[in-house]
Design a protein around this ligand. Sequence first.
Ligand SMILES: Nc1ncnc2c1ncn2[C@@H]1O[C@H](COP(=O)(O)OP(=O)(O)OP(=O)(O)O)[C@@H](O)[C@H]1O
Ligand SMILES: [Mg+2]
Length: 221
Amino acid sequence: MDIITVRNLKKCYGSGERQVRALDGVELTVSKGEFVSVMGASGSGKTTLLNMMGGLDMPDEGEVYVDGVNLSGLRESELAVFRRRKVGFVFQEYNLVPTLTVEENILFPLDLDGSAPEQGFLEEVVSLLGLEERMQSYPHTLSGGQKQRVAIARALAAKPPVILADEPTGSLDSRSGQNVAGLLKMAAEHYHRTLVMVTHNRELAQLADRVVYMENGKIGK
Ligand SMILES: Nc1ncnc2c1ncn2[C@@H]1O[C@H](COP(=O)(O)OP(=O)(O)OP(=O)(O)O)[C@@H](O)[C@H]1O
Ligand SMILES: [Mg+2]
């Protein structure tokens, strides 16, 4: 069963001479529980595609379905709810809130959604990611790898069916990057989540069930 369907997705930024065709007819389907890596040169449209799948940006043409929902049919307020419940994001730069503790960062998406944490589940996620001792720490006291593990826990907290990770190891050294990518894969498998990960690292891309390549705003055959 497909959980993500992307059809003929097109997106241009800017206008006139400065117009950039970021997506030029992307077709992609991802099955429930599948782990897909997205590779491709800088500027090929990987982040743009991920943002469209996560409802962070809207296409000019084409459609994105996630878990049965057509994103173009949603109003801004509905999109905000979609983002909180259906997708967990992991970004290269972690995007933790510096004034919140690790625990508060992990709970942040649930707080935004007004939902109560499921205690047993959260404890398990925190232990799976080896963060038990750091729950009361602030982000600036953590290493890059630790910060990214917090971001992964945060992405899982609201139990979204889909995890979207944009170069999650891009700011880490190779050992820490391997560790983080391995944990991301392990957590996605353990909780039967669908994972789409953008990476420039061929070795880490191979952890996925399938690797797709973007070139000039398209996914290669
Ligand atoms: N908000 C924006 N405004 C203008 N141009 C944009 C915007 N977002 C992306 N672009 C352009 O669209 C193209 C695709 O960008 P995108 O960020 O998707 O590439 P990418 O494959 O993620 O690259 P990288 O590997 O460097 O992260 C690029 O030419 C980029 O400059
Ligand atoms: Mg990018």
